[in-house]
Design a protein around this ligand. Structure first.
Ligand SMILES: [Cu+2]
Length: 436
């Protein structure tokens, strides 16, 4: 597309955004040389009013029933067997069969009752992180309530005076490292402006699981598994977005590590923290946000560039699965003094074997598992895409409308479908797999 044409659409898109008060007109600048088509990046509008539901991929929502104006939830703490990637099962602690626990989604002003039951083998309580409520509902054992022993129940009830991204979690520290936590999202009575078309939530967690074990070692700082919503890349379900939509992603962290979460291909603003919405006068653009322990960060961006864009923690160890010392300089013994250091060939077969005695190899394993993690949301990705995603990593797939509808139809039809070896014609992935 010629420069003039691109400029035209750039200003046209900016004008639409300006009319909506979106304030992103400076988006398409010279550093974006991907050949993206801002022409397709027109903003869609969503009627004002109530917020759209949050999508926490790979996690269920916690259902509720009304009882005389009170939203009643049943929350059961229990042992959960789950897989981070296919074939890698772990025994964790969570709620209602899910780890992390199911997402609780409510609205400011709601009165909420949580009928809690402890089916864990030891006492626990539930803390409502960041929520302003009576001290008797704060969930700190001994301080604000008695311990809930195995088999016992406790009823939490409070009215929500805030809105934003909050969480619930056990207030027994080591139980947190077993995974006993989840989203508690409070929508405002009227949706935040500018409105978003997609609202996703991701729970960040790290795990230390010794070889041959299925139970995390909660006292260890040697983390070897890293998950988004209880899945490790490439098993994390990609986020599907229609080109031109505005997207929010909510990130929460209860664990032992901090996570710099990086998004490719576009700038975002941090629009919320663990205490709620940030006034828009304080937004600024970035592409990496540090989500510290106990923190929530909401990011928002306009998905104006088509492609399969990575969202990942930028700590190198946190982009790996089953991290053990089989990769890195230790893996093949020491380099003998006086022998030449063999430079690694870019064509060396990085498949764990066949790298000979080259010092320092392999630094990275290349282990595609496209078929094992195939689902409708991965349809059309390039061959071996799965090898590029490990640990805290997933994709924001910004799809042209017709491609988006095609994949949504596949989701409706259900089940995994065979992947083509190469992107189908018209796929956004066909523009090249260059990622950095
Ligand atoms: Cu990280």
């Amino acid at each position: 597309m010629g420069l003039r044409r691109r400029n035209f659409f750039r200003s046209a898109a900016g004008a639409v955004a300006g009319a909506l008060g979106l304030g992103w007109a400076g988006r398409a600048d010279a550093q974006h040389s991907h050949g993206a088509a801002p022409s397709k990046g027109r903003m869609r509008t969503t009627p004002a009013g109530r917020a759209i539901p949050v999508t926490t991929l790979d996690l269920p929502k916690l259902p509720w029933q009304m009882d005389g104006g009170v939203k009643v939830f049943r929350l059961v703490a229990e042992v959960v067997r789950t897989e981070f990637v296919p074939g890698q099962a772990f025994d964790l602690w969570g709620y209602n069969g899910s780890c992390p626990g199911p997402t609780i989604e409510v609205t400011e002003g709601d009165r909420v009752r949580v009928l809690f039951e402890n089916r864990l083998p030891e006492p626990t309580t539930v803390h409502w992180h960041g929520i302003e409520l009576p001290i008797s509902m704060d969930g700190v054992p001994a301080i604000s309530q008695p311990l809930v022993r195995p088999g016992e129940r406790f009823t939490y009830e409070f009215t929500l005076r805030q809105n934003g991204t909050f969480f619930y979690h056990t207030h027994m520290a080591m139980q947190e490292m077993m995974g006993a936590l989840g989203f508690f999202i409070i929508h405002p009575r009227e949706a935040y402006r500018p409105v978003v078309h997609r609202d996703f939530g991701i729970v960040l967690q790290e795990w230390a699981v010794l070889p041959g074990n299925t139970v995390p070692d909660t006292s260890s700082l040697e983390f070897n598994w890293f998950t988004f919503n209880g899945k490790a890349g490439p098993a994390v379900t990609p986020m599907l977005v229609k080109l031109g939509e505005r997207v929010r992603i909510r990130l929460i962290n209860i664990g032992m590590d901090h996570h710099p979460i990086h998004l490719h291909g576009v700038q975002f603003s941090v629009t919320g923290t663990e205490s709620g919405r940030i006034p828009d006068a304080l937004w600024y653009r970035q592409n990496t946000v540090l989500v510290g322990v106990g923190q929530a960060r909401d990011i928002e961006f306009d998905a104006v560039y088509p492609g399969d864009w990575m969202l990942h923690c930028h700590l190198p160890h946190h982009m790996m699965n089953h991290l053990v010392p089989t990769a890195g300089p230790m893996s093949h013994g020491t380099h003998a003094p006086g022998t030449p250091l063999v430079a690694p060939s870019p064509h060396a077969p990085h498949r764990g074997g066949g790298v000979g005695r080259t010092p320092g190899l392999p630094q990275d394993m290349w282990m595609p598992m496209d078929a094992q993690v195939a689902k409708p949301e991965t349809y059309g990705l390039p061959a071996e895409w799965s090898a590029a995603l490990g640990g805290m990593a997933t994709l924001v797939r910004v799809l042209p409308p017709e491609r988006y509808e095609e994949i949504m139809q596949r989701i409706k039809d259900g089940g995994a479908t065979p992947r083509p070896a190469a992107p189908a014609p018209g796929s956004p992935a066909s523009g090249g797999g260059h990622r950095h």
